[in-house]
Structure formats: C-alpha cells, structure tokens
Design a protein around this ligand. Sequence first.
Ligand code: GDP
Ligand code: IMO
Ligand code: MG
Length: 437
Amino acid sequence: MSSVVIVGAQWGDEGKGKIVDIYMEFADVVVRYAGGPNAGHTLVVGDEKIVVRLLPSGILRRGTHCILGQGMVIDTEVLLGEIDELHRRGHENLEQRLTLSDRAHLILPYHVLIDTLREGSAPADKALGTTKKGIGPAYEDKVKRVGVRCGDLRDLKAMAARVAYAMQAWAPTVHALGGELPTVEAVMSKLEAHAARIVPMLGHTSELVDDAIKAGKRVLLEGAQGTLLDIDHGTYPFVTSSSAGAGGASSGAGIGPNRIGTVIGITKAYTTRVGSGPFPTELDDSDGKHLREVGAEFGSVTGRPRRTGWLDLPGLRYASRVNGIDGLAVTKLDVLTGMDRIRVCIAYDTPEGRVSSLPIDDLDPPGKVTPVYVEMPGWKERLEGVRVLDDLPANARAYVRFIEEQAGAPVYLVSVGPRRSETIMLHNPFVGRAAAP
Ligand code: GDP
Ligand code: IMO
Ligand code: MG
C-alpha cells in the first residue's frame, strides 16, 4: 500500500524534514498528523534553507497536496506567517495546495500565555522546557472538551462564545500565575482577520486522505517530535502533549490503521534532546561538544543548544516496537567524522538485571539504570560526497551495519549532509529498492 509514515525514533529533530522532502519526490500527498508549531523541520534546497513549523515538509515540491491533519494544533498567525514567508521567497500556489482539517484545534493567544507563564514559574525540577508555543494548553482544552477548532472559524459569533467559555476556565490559573488574560474581543478581532484566509483552505481531510490512498496515490504521513516525546510512549512527564508516534498517524490523519503501509523511523547517528528530562547517554565532555558544534545542534524553533549524547540502541529497539518500524533512516552520519572512537549504548543495567530495550519507566531519577556501551573505531574521511554505501569508509559502513543488526530493522536510507543530494538511498518505500547509481 502506498502510504508511508515518517516518525521520529528519538526525542525529535532527527532530520524528519529532510527525509520527508526527499521522499516527496516520489509522493503525491503529504499529511502532518500531530503537534503544532513546536516542530521545526529544516529543508535545505540549493542555497536556500527553510524551517517549516506547521506546513508539511512536502510544501517545496510544487505538485504535492499538503494536508494539516486533525491531530494537529494550529496557530493561524504562525501558519499565515509561514505561507507569507514562502510567498516572499517566490514559492507559488501555496494556498491552492493546502487543506487544513476543520477538526484540528486552534492554538489561541491564551494558550501561548499560559504555556509561557507556567514554564516561567515552575520549580527547576518540574519545568518541562517547552517551546512556549501553547501546545500543552491547546491539547488540554481539546481533552477538556472546551477546545476551539479550525471549523469554528466558519461561524465567528458561535466561536466567540466558545472562546469566552474556554478562557473563563483558565482565568484562575492565569490569575494565580500573575498574568492577565486578553479580552475575548481582542482574541476574536485577530481571528476575524485570519478567518478570511483560513476558511477557504478548510476541508474534510480524513476523507481526502482515505480517498487518495484508495485511489492508489502515494501518501506520506509526516510525524513531528519523536517517539520519546509521545504523550503515551515518551519519557513522561517530560513529553509533548500529542501522539507523535506512528499510532498517532492513524487518528491524526483520520484514517484506519490498516490504511498504513510502511513505517519509517528516523534516527540520528547519535542522540540529541532539547528541553528537560532524562537522557541516559548524554555527554558533557569534548565528544558532546563535537556533536553539538559539528552537528549545529541548536533548536530550529527556539535556538536553544541541544543536549547531545551517544546513540541509544535500546531506545531504537523501543521505538521500533511501539511504532512498528519497518525501516530506518539514519541521519547525520557525517557529524561523526573526525571522532577517534564512537561509543554506542547496546543495553541497560537495571536493578532487575541487564535489559535490551529502553527501560522507559526507570529513567527518572537518573542513576537507577546504567547504559552499557561498546566502542567502535571512528573515521577521518568526509562523507558528504558519498552516494552508495560501499563508498563509505569501512568503519562508517560497519557502524551503519551495526545499527541495522542491533536495532532489528533494515536501514532504508543514510543521510550524510543536510542537502537533498547528500543522501544514500538503499530502499525507497514508494518505488522499491533504489536503482543502482
Ligand atoms: P526535524 O525536526 O526532525 O525535521 O529536524 P531539524 O530540522 O529540527 O534538525 C535537523 C538538522 O540537521 C537540520 O538543521 C537539518 O538541515 C540537518 N540535517 C539533516 N540531515 C543531516 C545530515 O545528514 N547531516 C547534517 N550535517 N545535517 C543534517
Ligand atoms: P520536531 O518536530 C525536539 C520538546 C520541547 C520540550 C517538550 C515539550 O522539530 O522534531 P512542547 O512545546 O511540545 O509542549 O514541549 O517537547 N519538543 C521538541 N523537541 N523537536 C521537536 O519537534 C519538539 N517539539 C517539542 O523541547 O522538551
Ligand atoms: Mg526539529
């Protein structure tokens, strides 16, 4: 079946944007299924670098239909800003190629305010290090059943009443945090201005996606964040508020799980995390500095330095299990160039003995479990020009093969640089095994 899920196998920022953009050369439709503008997916095309936050990463492929699914939370100001920025850069026909689920929830100014106030006032050990984009409070309103959805923009009068009701429920929280809620009129006047542009883009995206799959179109379901940030599978409570994993692709796009053909997990050749929470293979030494500096590991949304560490194979095995990963894309292999030796976590020692899957519930507080490492020799050669696996330096090839054996899933793609061309394609889920170069 021609539908493929791209899911982050770590704590986000694995390079999903680049991989989606690569596969979109072969696909017709791309659907973002979860999260909101907390995502920052980087696309490098020629000399241009674009970071998309709400728009699907297929947006630069002119023939594609881009869908924002019902599992998302959408800040209309951010979305329209992204569209305008792409227009400014000369990209055309964006609105005509975009459909927003009328069931996706809206992030409203009070959600951003509450997220920001809560992060600012939480004690150090409780602050999540959120992106302060209003994600948590918007999903809270959804689950509380007082949320406001994109489709509500069709009837602004009824919407104002929903906004007033939702805001009223937040008033004591905002007051206790020393903030001040905006007025309903202020919230609505912004939304009125946006509605004229947003409403024509609304649609029943669940039907659209299902019809596309049934018609044999090639559909890519684009995940945001990563498995270890998923509300159910992640390092709770240090997670985001959505179903970032492959399970979320079904509910977030509005299709049955049996409509999904292939799940591809994206992993860096090492690990990063931005924000708080456990990270057992984290480095605080010159190796960690190498990964941050050579990998340019600074958040694409917030600019925060990302925490860096060794690859966590038990984490990948865990991600493979909870997402049903069929194949892996390993990104940023080039960043390891120049390291004398590379360590890889292969297991964890726990009070119950050695385990091969990430002991997700025993990671906090740190120290309860200990990563077990193997050491592999590094390489000195630059990798950006390599296009086939056999041309990688022997130690780099051995590293990729080791990941493949240990993670229990074949490697479909290896990325050796941020550009489209800097890619070794081993298996293309839309067209089968990649043609020999
Ligand atoms: P996403 O959120 O998963 O889409 O990832 P981000 O865009 O937040 O972060 C990944 C960063 O790595 C971006 O700056 C990409 O341009 C860059 N990148 C992706 N693949 C590679 C690669 O193979 N090598 C290098 N050096 N950079 C890469
Ligand atoms: P992409 O799609 C990395 C992290 C935040 C914080 C936690 C909760 O670019 O991979 P939130 O604002 O969602 O309530 O923050 O989740 N986080 C991400 N980290 N990449 C992302 O997205 C992230 N989206 C959220 O840093 O730790
Ligand atoms: Mg990112």
